[in-house]
Design a protein around this ligand. Structure first.
Ligand code: STX
Length: 323
């Protein structure tokens, strides 16, 4: 781990309009929405959003210099403008990995840098471990390996000790007798035919994550997470992936398969006070894959918008522009 003696602050790049946008049919059921920003002749970079179920946001392209990069974003199955919205059928990690390949081929891109935080880091690892020859470099933030211990920390007990106030609202929709397995109890409600039950559960689940994502609670973020439409896909898709153990073969699959990545240049950006995806996972990944440079941002939590995280991501991504 390299100590960051004097971290520099970097501002986001200016907002630009996409030069290409479309819908790509990836199965009989699913069509995904994608956008391309920046320089059509630039270096391709694939942005993988979080959740799963978070969708793309207008701020995401602003982490990349539009003169240098051809920035490709898409909303994964069931979220953002992808259709059908909030759909859980045919929605697994390996479906999403296959979709990334379909999008790459559709756009005529040979190899690209892959950038992902939180669930985006999980999906980046799964993609790069399946198609290492397609990945020039990896920029990973807020590492999430989807291990049982990580899920329990955030959804069952752990983070509850740091945010007992927000935790009360997360517990509220679940009766005490069902609280032994919160993910299961939430999944049941999130897939309920009763719309009121589903909406109430989606809001509470999403607000819990929105309340804990930053070092200082950001009411705007909490509001966004509690918004009806966003919350529905975010909560349902997350809970679906988590009760299904991320569709991984073993608990430590993504960590063990890190050895497949050892020739790929990589950087891990991790907030020291990340409560959603605690640093333990970034550390374990760095131990399994010492070639990946670990940057610990000492004054940050989970969100990519934290000034220290944003700055490190901008600085480190720029280094990969020569590849
Ligand atoms: N989920 C963490 C995650 O991937 C356990 C995540 N948290 N917030 C987000 O993603 C968005 C900012 C994309 C909504």
């Amino acid at each position: 781990m390299k100590p960051r003696t004097k971290p520099k602050l970097h501002e986001l790049f200016r907002e630009t309009k996409p030069f290409h946008e479309g819908m790509l049919r990836v199965s009989k059921l699913h069509t995904i929405h994608f956008q391309e920003f920046g320089n059509p002749k630039g270096k391709p970079i694939c942005f993988l959003h979080g959740g799963p179920g978070g969708g793309i946001d207008p701020v995401y392209h602003r982490y990349f210099d539009p003169k240098v990069w051809r920035i490709v974003l898409h909303s994964q199955r069931g979220c953002g403008k992808s259709k059908p919205f909030s759909e859980l059928r045919e929605n697994t990690t390996w479906n999403l990995v296959a979709d990334i390949e379909k999008l790459r081929e559709e756009l005529g891109i040979e190899r690209w840098v892959v950038f992902g935080g939180s669930w985006g880091s999980t999906l980046s690892l799964a993609y790069a471990q399946t198609h290492p020859e397609r990945v020039k470099a990896l920029v990973l933030r807020g590492i999430f390996l989807l291990r049982r211990s990580e899920l329990e920390w955030f959804y069952q007990e752990g983070a509850s000790h740091l945010f007992p106030d927000a935790w009360e609202s997360y517990l509220a929709p679940i009766p005490p007798r069902e609280r032994k397995d919160m993910m299961k109890a939430y999944y049941k409600r999130l897939t309920s035919p009763n719309k009121k039950v589903r909406t109430q559960a989606a809001r509470a689940w999403s607000i819990w994550e929105g309340s804990t994502s930053k070092l200082f609670v950001d009411q705007e973020l909490v509001k966004k997470f509690g918004g009806g439409k966003f919350a529905d896909a975010f909560a349902r898709i997350e809970a679906h992936y988590f009760v299904n153990k991320g569709f991984l073969k073993t608990d430590d699959q993504l960590l063990r398969d890190a050895q497949k990545l050892r020739k790929i240049p990589a950087v891990i950006v991790q907030g020291r006070y990340d409560v959603v995806c605690p640093m333990r996972s970034a550390w374990d990944l760095h131990r399994a894959w010492p070639e990946a440079k670990l940057i610990v941002v000492n004054d940050s939590g989970h969100s990519m918008s934290e000034p220290g995280i944003r700055s490190a991501l901008i600085e480190e991504t720029a280094r990969f522009a020569k590849l």
